[in-house]
Unconditional design. Structure first.
Length: 382
């Protein structure tokens, strides 16, 4: 069977270049790449989407206290946010809360704070929701870590940090530090940033090995992409070790694109007394997807099929998956010779190089991103 699939999202294309003779295409607004590594899937969703997915899904809520009233909001003004935060939200292009934000934000911003487990598909505003919660709890006058967010990869941590910086660009003196591989701080460094975003392994090193991070003053703890975290070897145990060191009053928020049994079991173990928000299972698949499959005799035929796609439709940008680095390099050379602006993302690149490649693609400097199956292994960092 094919190892990769192709998707069309607005003017973007994701293409499957598997080891078999097949070339499969999906066209629609879906970027839920079933056979791609979870971390890579999440990163690509964040990379491609420029706006929230419109959703009419019913949100199911399981309250910690069933007798307490359940609030939802239709506007950001109803949340009584700080003026600079509200302006930051509007400057990011958010006109009104998304479906999950309508219910999740009143819970996350409640006083006293409430713990939350939330599941919603990519592109529905989960990241913006917990970033808003973190920024709402921070005292910019205090120069020590107050919010801690765990992400499964370097790239996802940076993506979250960019949302923090955009939403909080009008918030005075609020800064972000990245606890990720490659960001080496000397032992004894005093961390003054209020928000720490990082991968579990590096955060653990900052806490215990290097003694850089004192989590006793953390007021908000976020586990982002929980389904990816537990899919990555070692991250589950590391997340538990970090959680056990947090103060009792710390607000804990967990987000996941899926709610398989293993994810929900992990969530309930690590988040005490939570409210739970989730989509009904039958509503989790996006609509408006058209699928195409091309049978090809060899890679040259696949390339002809790809050229035919470019000749038939207008492709703003494309991501093409190859099963091997050799195929990726061959394909990028062929595309470059035909006049396409191409970059290659594969496992041998450093995290800094991968981030630069992704940013150039996101900025539109390259129109085609060719990546490999082993890229997923290279993206995961501790």
């Amino acid at each position: 069977s094919l190892q990769r699939e192709l998707y069309w999202a607005r003017e973007s294309l994701i293409l499957a270049w598997g080891s078999t003779t097949g070339l499969q295409i999906k066209m629609g607004i879906d970027l839920n790449i079933w056979l791609v590594d979870l971390a890579e899937n999440s990163l690509l969703n964040k990379l491609i989407r420029k706006s929230l997915v419109e959703s009419n899904h019913h949100v199911e809520v399981l309250q910690r206290d069933p007798s307490s009233p359940l609030f939802s909001v239709k506007t950001f003004e109803e949340l009584h946010l700080k003026k600079e935060l509200l302006q930051g939200i509007y400057e990011m292009g958010f006109n009104r809360p998304s479906k999950i934000q309508e219910t999740a934000l009143p819970m996350m911003l409640a006083d006293p704070p409430q713990n939350l487990i939330a599941q919603s598909q990519s592109g529905t505003g989960k990241t913006a929701a917990f970033v808003l919660a973190m920024l709402s709890r921070i005292n910019g006058a205090e120069k020590f870590p107050q919010c801690l967010c765990l992400a499964p990869t370097y790239e996802l941590a940076v993506q979250t940090g960019q949302v923090v910086e955009k939403m909080g660009n009008l918030c005075v003196n609020i800064r972000v530090a990245y606890a990720v591989r490659g960001n080496r701080l000397p032992r004894g460094t005093k961390i003054e940033e209020q928000i720490i975003i990082g991968t579990p392994g590096t955060v653990l090193d900052w806490c215990f090995k290097l003694k850089l991070l004192d989590v006793k003053k953390i007021s908000v703890f976020v586990l982002d992409e929980a389904d990816v975290l537990i899919d990555t070897q070692g991250f589950l145990d590391q997340s538990f070790r970090i959680q056990r060191t947090l103060p009792q009053h710390c607000q804990m928020l967990l987000f996941s694109a899926t709610f398989e049994d293993t994810v929900l079991r992990f969530a309930k173990q690590i988040i005490p007394d939570p409210n739970i928000i989730k989509l009904r299972r039958e509503e989790m698949t996006l609509t408006n997807i058209r699928q195409y499959y091309f049978l090809c005799e060899n890679k040259q035929d696949k390339y002809k099929a790809l050229c035919n796609i470019y000749g038939s439709i207008t492709v703003g940008q494309a991501i093409i998956f190859c099963q091997t680095r050799r195929n990726a390099n061959w394909l990028s050379q062929e595309l470059s010779q035909d006049g396409h602006q191409v970059s290659v993302l594969s496992g041998e690149l450093t995290v800094e190089q991968r981030a630069a490649v992704i940013q150039r693609f996101r900025d539109g400097k390259e129109k085609v991103l060719v990546t490999t199956n082993v890229c997923a292994r290279g993206i995961v960092s501790s």
